[in-house]
Ligand binder design. Structure first.
Ligand code: 26V
Length: 817
């Protein structure tokens, strides 16, 4: 192929150059002019102008990767919760203010435009957002990292609250087109399902399959203040035949289209559930679809510059974000052994050096297993490979352990109790050279409890890498007032090295800084107050204490503990309205999985309590309860910077890490929390005196459970708690339907209170009183808030990715010079 010099314009980013670019993009990209353009067209044209400025860096990064023959990391994740890209890209390029001015000169308000961009909500919660923060950090550090996932047409559902209930509507986020992606129709791979296997000569062939094409869509991931730019490659399903021609020729048009639609369903929608294994065949198809395309793609890329698989493991690291992509293991074995004829042992050795796996939850119901029967039907060759891996693994362990049959049964890749199922986490551990948890406590519990046998067998495999978040999005972008203040005092370098925030410690006693800090927070609170007034028609006082619990709705996260306290507080205010109450706005936000009944009932309870409390004239501004609908990345960017108090109140031992806890502390909120997940490390970093730690520790939870936990006794012995629970039981908040919340009462009082809400209630209420006392003293409060921000250095995703790169992936940053 001859190369021709393309005569593209080198784009600079002065206001004038941006203005010209936007106008050109409007004309030649969108096909409109200033007269006919709608606001969405402006957004599109502006986004294209920004994208144009990323492409040259992107090409350069790719070229350098090939030239330096670098080791690449493939981060495989079923979820990437990216949110919006426009402002993020502007900040990465350092052209935010220029763009705002350029748009203004065209008569367009950039703040209005940014609100029009839909979130790329291709994820449920923490696991998906972590993947997005990691992409940002990998690019910023110049790590040659590729995100791989699915281009769902429908992302996380939109949540509306109708008559107090969650109503889900589909999120067709691609409606207005997606300016950030490049379709790559030339990059397509066949993905097979079904069929059977036959032995031919030395090799197994998988035949009589049905197939679907996986087509690549690439999204540019800019690094912050670097020209390093990475790729997120998402796969979309395309039917192999546009139409079923025989049906078409028979005149059966409906059937001709149906077949196409059926096969393209694979990338239609994100499973909106982050708690239970959905156990659905479509989900299994999705998991295989994306890892098959990804493994084929990484082999192709490796083979462009290598002729044998001899150095495969030196050039490729594959990371499994939870077990969802675990089928990559048997798929890569199949491709190497059956298709490329690499001997089994050599293929397995490469795999063991290439793969690593992060576990994100200890909840037994979220540990994936797949029915052997279903795998046999859908992926017969992969099941054979899994059986072979298992046979070899169990043989080895059997010899080492003196044939401890009970242990062998426990660690087998196949769960033989009842319907046979493949344990995906076991497969991940057996194939990976490193397995990590996401906080110190979680990593400890993981090796003590769910993976104890494996930790004894392979102690060197298990490690911890505590999660982190990107300071670019969660401070620089989300809170312009606070980040501007920090810039003024310690410079701007904290964006690239979050440990720089420690310099704020020297300012803890600087009255002018404290005053400016309070003012920055106040601006964020006013911004939120205005949005709540516009969009929800609720008025709140920006000087009240803003108390936030924002996360998926789940019993283990204990929104119920928070609501119970709200009810008790409400009763106290009604009993003594004249007391010196600290005005509070308790805000909740979060989605419930569509099939999770109890989570939906909790939302309903929050709604009913807020209706009662907010309309009680005796209460006034002393207490307000607000449920902010449709929590997602963009809503988080709006409300997190406005928080005074961060509720991180999961039952100790249940929240693997939490990352909202980090986002809130970075924004100067004080945490009220249990010693769970990363709260423990946050506490060590910011000082216990700057948090409100309460409740049973993980060990105490275990001890209480073994001793025999009796929640009814707590109900009977604590009069305030009893009144609140009785109000819930008897319909005080739901007079139209008195039994609406009866199950909540019984779950807590009669059915074992699995998450020990009542056991921690008294301590929680006491901690909330301590919160009020601190808030009454604005100086003390601000000192603690600053200490929180100053202590957050280690919770940057850059630190996290640095640890993965050195300790797990063994990859180095690209030399960009
Ligand atoms: C499981 C399933 C099962 C099938 C349907 C779709 C689906 C989606 C997600 C999951 C597992 C979710 C596990 C998870 O999100 N864990 C969270 O990970 C965060 C990042 O490490 C961590 O901060 C949170 O504590 C943890 O709950």
């Amino acid at each position: 192929m001859t190369t021709v010099d393309l005569e593209f314009d080198q784009l600079n980013s002065t206001v004038d150059a941006l203005r010209r670019s936007i106008s050109n993009r409007m004309m030649y990209g969108v096909g409109k002019d200033a007269v006919t353009a709608h606001p969405h067209d402006w957004l599109h044209a502006a986004a294209l102008a920004v994208r144009d400025r990323l492409v040259a860096r992107w090409m350069k990064t790719t070229r350098l990767q090939y030239e330096q023959d670098v080791k690449r990391v493939y981060y495989l994740s079923m979820e990437f919760l990216i949110g919006r890209t426009f402002t993020n890209a502007l900040l990465a390029l350092g052209i935010h203010d220029q763009m705002k001015e350029a748009l203004a000169s065209l008569g367009v308000d950039m703040d209005v435009l940014t609100e029009l961009e839909p979130d790329a909500a291709l994820g449920n919660g923490g696991l998906g957002r972590l993947a997005a923060c990691f992409l940002d950090a990998m690019a910023t550090l110049g790590i040659p990292g590729f995100g791989y996932g699915i281009r769902y047409e429908y992302g996380m559902f939109r949540q509306q609250i109708v008559n107090g209930e969650q109503v889900e509507t589909p999120d067709y986020w691609l409606r207005a087109g997606n300016p950030w992606e490049f379709p790559r129709p030339e990059i397509q791979y066949l993905v097979h399902f079904g069929g059977r296997t036959v032995q031919r000569d030395e090799h197994v062939e998988w035949i009589d399959t049905e197939h679907v094409n996986a087509m690549a869509y690439d999204t540019v991931i800019p690094g912050y203040a670097t020209s390093a730019t990475n790729t997120l490659r998402l796969w979309s399903a395309r039917a192999t035949e546009e139409l079923d021609l025989s049906a078409f020729n028979r005149g059966d048009y409906r059937r001709a289209v149906d077949a196409k639609n059926m096969s393209e369903n694979v990338s239609r929608l994100l499973y909106p559930d982050d708690s239970t294994s959905a156990g659905r065949e479509l989900r299994l198809r999705q998991e295989y679809f994306f890892v098959s395309a990804t493994m084929q793609d990484l082999i192709r890329r490796y083979m462009r510059t290598h002729s044998t698989f001899g150095r495969f493991h030196e050039k490729v690291a594959v990371h499994l974000n939870d077990t969802h992509p675990v089928l990559a293991i048997p798929e890569l074995m199949r491709l190497l052994v059956d298709v490329h004829h690499v001997p089994w042992e050599r293929a397995w050795q490469s795999i063991e050096q290439m793969f690593s796996y992060t576990n994100h939850t200890l909840m037994p119901e979220a540990l994936e297993t797949w029915d052997v029967e279903m795998l046999a039907r859908l992926l017969p060759r992969h099941l054979e490979i899994i059986f072979e891996i298992n046979a070899q693994f169990l043989k080895r362990v059997g010899e080492q352990s003196g044939h401890d049959t009970e242990m062998i049964r426990r660690i087998s890749l196949i769960d033989e109790y009842g319907q046979r199922r493949v344990r995906m986490a076991h497969l991940a551990i057996v194939a990976s050279h490193k397995v990590n948890g996401v906080s110190k406590l979680h990593s400890q519990l993981m090796t003590r409890d769910i993976f104890a046998d494996f930790a004894r067998l392979f102690p060197e495999r298990f490690t911890n890498v505590t999660n982190g978040i990107t300071p670019r999005r969660w401070l620089a972008q989300a809170s312009r007032p606070l980040s501007a203040l920090i810039d003024e005092r310690i410079g701007t370098h904290w964006r690239s090295d979050l440990f720089d925030l420690a310099k704020l410690r020297d300012l803890a006693d600087d009255a002018s800084f404290a005053e400016a800090f309070r003012e920055a927070k106040r601006q964020n609170k006013i911004r939120l107050t205005q949005r709540l007034a516009q969009q929800l028609k609720v008025t709140v006082d920006p000087d009240a204490l803003f108390d936030l619990q924002v996360k998926r709705i789940h019993e283990y996260k204990r929104q119920l503990l928070n609501v119970l306290h709200v009810i008790v507080r409400y009763n106290q205010i009604r009993a003594e309205p004249e007391k010196d109450w600290v005005p509070r706005v308790v805000m909740f936000a979060g989605k419930a999985a569509s099939a999770y009944r109890m989570a939906k009932t909790i939302i309903r309870l929050i709604g009913d309590v807020s209706a009662k409390v907010n309309h009680d004239p005796l209460v006034g501004d002393r207490l307000k309860v607000v449920f902010v609908p449709n929590y997602g990345v963009s809503v988080a960017e709006l409300i997190i910077p406005a928080a005074d108090l961060s509720e991180q109140i999961s039952t100790a031992g249940t929240e693997a890490s939490g990352t909202g806890n980090m986002k809130l502390a970075l924004n100067g909120a004080l945490t009220i929390g249990t010693l769970d997940g990363a709260n423990i490390e946050i506490c060590d970093a910011v000082g216990r005196e700057n948090m409100f730690i309460f409740g049973h520790t993980a060990d105490e939870v275990d001890a209480l459970r073994s001793a025999g936990y009796r929640p009814r006794q707590l109900y009977e012995e604590n009069p305030e708690l009893r009144v609140a629970l009785d109000q819930i039981r008897t319909g005080f908040f739901s007079p139209d339907d008195p039994l609406r919340f009866a199950d909540i009462f019984h779950t807590l009082v009669d059915w074992g209170d699995q998450y020990m809400v009542l056991a921690d209630f008294a301590a929680f209420a006491q901690a909330q009183n301590d919160v009020d006392a601190r808030f009454r003293d604005p100086h003390a409060w601000t000192r603690s808030a600053i200490a929180n921000v100053a202590g957050m250095g280690q919770f940057s995703a850059d630190r996290t990715i640095g640890e993965y790169a050195r300790g797990i992936w063994h990859v180095k940053p690209l030399d960009m010079s």
